[in-house]
Ligand binder design. Structure first.
Ligand code: ZN
Length: 107
């Protein structure tokens, strides 16, 4: 994965964002192994969704979840997979395609 340290992206309090498989990291912040795994899970999700469908689905699910209880961003299934597996050191080797779909339903 390509990692670009810079001053502007991502905005606000976010420290890292994955745009089309390229990780933008706020200057002064260093990705640790767990952050890296989180972003790599997103890269795998993007690839299997051909990038464009990842973003379409991400925004659609985020808008739907805005109407629901809890933090909409954290409830997006792509994020739920990434957050729940980023501490798992063997996850990237074992992950099945479209694994994020499991996180659509479960709370
Ligand atoms: Zn994420």
């Amino acid at each position: 994965m390509i990692i670009i340290h810079n001053r502007y992206i991502p905005f606000r309090h976010f420290m890292a964002i994955n745009l089309f498989g390229v990780i933008f990291v706020k200057k002064g912040f260093k990705l640790n192994e767990v952050d890296y795994r989180h972003e790599y899970i997103h890269t795998l999700q993007m690839r299997e969704m051909l990038f464009i469908f990842f973003y379409l689905w991400y925004i659609t699910e985020w808008m739907v979840r805005l109407l629901m209880k809890g933090n909409a961003y954290r409830q997006i299934s792509f994020e739920r997979e990434a957050y729940s597996q980023m501490h798992n050191p063997t996850y990237l080797q074992r992950r099945k395609h479209y694994a994020w779909m499991k996180y659509l339903k479960r709370r």
